[in-house]
Design a protein around this ligand. Structure first.
Ligand SMILES: Cc1ncc(COP(=O)(O)O)c(C=O)c1O
Length: 399
């Protein structure tokens, strides 16, 4: 009955794009988005930091021993006063008027974009935006025009052309790009948007929890809350939890509650997920200051080590926790991933078509908890791999 799937899977294998779920893997984590190690941090008494004045104190055990599911959409039976208090706390933490929590970052981007984009609207988007944003654009009705990555001149030209007079003009970018690891020039983009009456949307999946005081994000760090129309903060990465919030005006929140199908037509986040998000903020407020210092040390060590190994040219110029090493060719990048894994160092090979053909790369996520020796071992292995002539290095085979 499902024989046709075998044919399709064969084609995926032949293209070198077959994916397998690995189950538990053992090794040094250069793979996860838990940049500050908050997902592996037990919450202990020391956490109620004085500086975290915005945290609503949840009664002890507020979520314990209660129902395990939301029981319905938040529009029906899945809402409580506590969830509203958590959303108000989130909005204050990032310096925005309002926040709306979603089940995941994927759903937040899909929901926000599909609800906003009407047939008469135009959206200009960075060519490297995440798959969740792309899917949101596909579900939305607007004319979508991409601009070259972080290219302010191209964006400015497109903005000058404007959108339809009877529609809205939007610009979409990420704070820190998930596959290149670099930051968007947000201050300049916000100024351009203001000049052309365009609404700026920023996905802060990889800058939320890292940039800004207390990990409030790049928009908050630059004080752009009033110029940015919508910001998406996700909780599955530096926050070490699960879910996402769309930050913006009270009107935006109200509009999404009324029109956003991936928010309305799904069971709301479970009580445990809300608890996880509230605790994540408590941990972030208490630990961001010390953890970000450790993370920056590891980033500096890695980049200096790669420079000393003569590998700077293959390394993307990005100063954040996502370090990108170019290794063109799906076979070659997967061989490099396998060699690292064999040595107990877990990195991720990114193949085409996730990135463009010829842009295949190793994605190395650094963490505050990575030991100095672990980073040394990784740099040593990459240096050896690059200098080998029969393997995946520069002298090796590239497809
Ligand atoms: C840039 C970006 N946006 C959104 C998402 C989706 O977030 P979530 O994993 O919470 O669904 C991701 C996840 O990888 C991402 O990298």
């Amino acid at each position: 009955m499902d024989g046709f799937l075998d044919n399709r899977l064969d084609r995926i294998r032949a293209a070198g794009n077959y994916r397998e779920l690995a189950g538990s893997v053992d090794g040094v984590d250069f793979l996860s988005n838990d940049y500050l190690g908050l997902a592996r941090t037990q919450v202990q008494g020391k956490l109620s930091s004085q500086s975290f004045v915005t945290q609503p104190r949840l009664p002890a055990g507020a979520f314990n021993g209660r129902i395990t599911g939301a029981t319905g959409s938040r529009s029906i039976s899945g809402d409580t006063d506590q969830y509203h208090a958590i959303e108000q706390m989130i909005a204050r933490y990032h310096g925005n008027p309002a926040a709306l929590v979603f089940n995941s970052g994927y759903t937040a981007n899909l929901g926000l974009l599909s609800a906003l984009l009407k047939r008469t609207d135009t959206i200009l988007y960075d060519e490297l935006i995440h798959a969740s944003c792309r899917d949101g654009l596909r579900l939305g009705m607007a004319k979508a025009i991409r601009f070259p990555h972080n290219d302010l001149e191209a964006l400015s030209e497109l903005l000058a052309n404007g959108g339809r007079p009877d529609g809205q003009l939007f610009v979409l970018t990420e704070g820190r790009f998930s596959m290149d690891g670099d930051l968007a020039p947000l201050a300049e983009m916000a100024a351009l948007c203001q000049q052309h009456s365009a609404h700026l949307i920023v996905d802060e999946a990889h800058s939320g929890g890292i940039e800004g005081e207390g990990g409030a994000g790049l928009v908050a760090e630059l004080g752009l809350q009033e110029q940015v129309f919508a910001t998406v903060i996700t909780y599955g990465k530096a926050f070490g939890a699960h879910g996402a919030a769309v930050l913006g005006s009270a009107a935006l929140r109200e509009y999404l509650v009324n029109t956003c199908r991936p928010f309305i037509y799904t069971t709301g986040p479970a009580p445990a997920q809300w608890e996880g998000i509230a605790l994540a903020y408590e941990r972030m407020a208490a630990l961001h200051g010390e953890r970000i210092v450790l993370l920056r040390q590891r980033i500096q060590q890695f980049r200096e080590g790669m420079a000393a190994a003569g590998l700077s040219a293959a390394l993307m110029n990005a100063e954040g926790p996502i370090q990108i090493l170019h290794l063109p060719g799906n076979d070659r990048v997967m061989a490099a991933e396998a060699a690292c894994r064999e040595a107990g160092l877990l990195v991720k090979g990114i193949r085409s078509p996730t990135v463009a053909v010829g842009e295949e790369r190793l994605r190395i996520c650094l963490h505050g908890f990575n030991a100095k020796e672990e980073v040394e071992a990784l740099v040593g292995l990459l240096r050896a791999g690059f200098s080998s002539s029969g393997g995946w290095g520069l002298g090796g085979r590239s497809k």
